[in-house]
Design a binder for this molecule. Structure first.
Ligand code: PBG
Length: 289
């Protein structure tokens, strides 16, 4: 089999992890085909100002559709809300920690007025403005290590990242503060991967063995909020689903860029109805955007 992936350190590590698990099932090695996406080529730091639909996924989708590769591996949170009609997310492997973390010499509580914090995420900007209006927010680009180095070489006082990416790259020793999920709520799908094939692929069945049902329901629930709203990552929305003690809970918060809370929702139900809960929250949010 051949897998398509972006070439970033994180994308490659994620793909290798998925392939190792899949090889255990098939007993065969998987060839890795690196595909450059538009998102890898642009250098503008204000990513969220652009039409972000499939910025990191379009070329990969094409490779799967044209049977250049058998499947692709993505960070779930970077997927656009609508997938090509001939493609399918056949597996969401067990999710890594979805939390947001602070990279800095100082803890979140110690960060003082005027400190510089690098982020190019509207949601992270909104949460910073909600809790610490006096930080100087600066756009930041580059791979995870580059971002950490901007703090280490003191060109920035702090940055906020996903714990999952750091864990996967064994860079989690740089974490200063791990944010609780209901304090600094992550993006829909954060910490999870998506394995995509063609709907009519004969590899679908074997690849679907990588699926972790609970993780899939959590991230599909979160993503359906955005789907219902008809927005991608251009809105500052945090969403987190958790399945604990046999209860499926979906929490989401809608902010303005300036850090004002427009609406918070919390729904509990059956894990199999994850997407219904997400749609319900999306519908409620429609009155607030
Ligand atoms: N938008 C970038 C991106 N896409 C996926 C991850 C890693 C974490 C994940 O798998 O959710 C990151 C880095 C970050 O947000 O810090």
């Amino acid at each position: 089999m051949i897998v398509g992936t972006r070439g970033s350190q994180l994308a490659l590590k994620q793909t290798k992890d998925v392939c190792a698990d899949l090889s255990k099932i098939t007993g065969q090695d998987i060839e890795i085909n690196i595909i450059k996406t538009k998102g890898d080529k642009i250098t503008d730091s204000q990513l969220y100002n652009m039409d972000s639909k499939g910025l990191f996924t379009k070329e990969l989708d094409k490779a799967v559709l044209e049977e250049e590769v058998d499947f692709s591996v993505h960070s779930f949170k970077d997927l656009p809300t609508e997938l090509d009609e001939d493609l399918e997310i056949v597996a969401v492997p067990k999710r890594e920690a979805p939390n947001e973390v602070l990279i800095s010499d100082k803890s979140w509580d110690e960060l003082t007025e005027g400190s510089t914090l690098g982020t190019s995420s509207l949601r992270r900007e909104a949460f910073c403005n909600l809790y610490k209006k006096d930080l100087q927010l600066k756009p930041i680009r580059g791979n995870i290590e580059t971002r950490i180095n901007k703090v280490k070489d003191t060109s920035l006082d702090a940055t906020i990242m996903a714990q999952a990416g750091l864990k996967r790259l064994n860079l989690d020793n740089n974490i200063k503060t791990i944010f609780p999920l209901d304090y600094f709520t992550p993006a829909a799908g954060q910490g999870a991967l998506a394995v995509i094939t063609r709907k009519d692929s004969d590899k679908k069945e074997v690849i679907s063995k990588l699926n972790h049902y609970q993780s899939m329901q959590e991230v599909f629930g979160e993503k359906s909020i955005l789907k219902e709203l008809g927005v991608g990552c251009q809105w500052p929305i945090g969403a987190i689903a958790r399945f604990n003690n046999n209860k499926f809970n979906l929490y989401s918060i809608l902010l303005t860029q300036e850090g004002e809370i427009l609406k918070e929702c919390n729904e509990t139900g059956s894990i199999k109805d994850a997407e219904d809960l997400g749609r319900k929250i999306g519908m409620i949010f429609k009155d607030y955007v």
